[in-house]
Design a protein around this ligand. Structure first.
Ligand code: CTP
Ligand code: MG
Ligand code: K
Length: 182
């Protein structure tokens, strides 16, 4: 039981900088869309839901969280005898930016498949940012990814993230900061 909790906690800890960006983007979004209103095949390339401001602030929020965890949580944990691994700067950047890029890639796929802005795409909506975050981290910080994400932790992330994502978005919808509960 303790071993399972430790596994889940360590896996989710490593993903924290990837969990914050999309939520920060929801709060910060607005302004010019990344695709500049352009269409492709009669549909928007990305749509009004992917903005420069949301992407920039979302990425900064993820990086800021990682740096704050490094500066505060890691030493506090160490003092309490809990080993919380710090985030290398490139890993933090990759997780945060990768999460945003995964979400943007998903919007591109949604528009190509005829889904309007805000439409649900079960599966893709819950995992796009995980895939984006881990893929970019594999490019920018491969050593960190390979030493951090054991197969077990990867399975935990792939199972727990959709659950956390659904719960977060339902709450964001209920408190009125998100237009749809997904
Ligand atoms: N947002 C943003 N920039 C991003 C991602 C999100 O500005 N890169 C903001 C937008 O205001 C967006 C909101 O966060 O409407 C919710 O994000 P999301 O659910 O990903 O976008 P949708 O509006 O649902 O659009 P899509 O169908 O393309 O996912
Ligand atoms: Mg949405
Ligand atoms: K999305």
């Amino acid at each position: 039981m303790v071993a399972l909790l430790e596994l889940v906690a360590s896996a989710l800890w490593a993903m924290l900088p990837a969990y914050v960006p999309n939520n920060a983007a929801v709060l910060a979004g607005g302004g010019a869309p990344i695709d500049g209103g352009r269409t492709w095949g009669g549909r928007r390339v990305l749509g009004d839901g992917k903005t420069w401001r949301g992407t920039a602030i979302g990425t900064l929020a993820g990086v800021a969280l990682a740096l704050a965890l490094n500066a505060v949580a890691v030493p506090v944990g160490a003092a309490a005898g809990i080993d919380l691994p710090a985030f290398p700067p490139l890993a933090a950047l990759a997780l945060a930016l990768g999460a945003m890029l995964g979400d943007i890639g998903a919007s591109f796929i949604k528009r190509r498949s005829g889904r309007e802005r805000g439409a649900a795409f079960p599966g893709l909506d819950q995992l796009d940012f995980v895939v984006g975050a881990l893929a970019l981290a594999l490019v920018l910080a491969p050593g960190w990814v390979l030493s951090t994400f054991t197969l077990e932790r990867l399975v935990v992330v792939l199972v727990a993230t959709p659950l956390l994502h659904v719960a977060t978005n339902v709450i964001a919808y209920l408190i009125g900061v998100k237009n749809e509960p997904w």
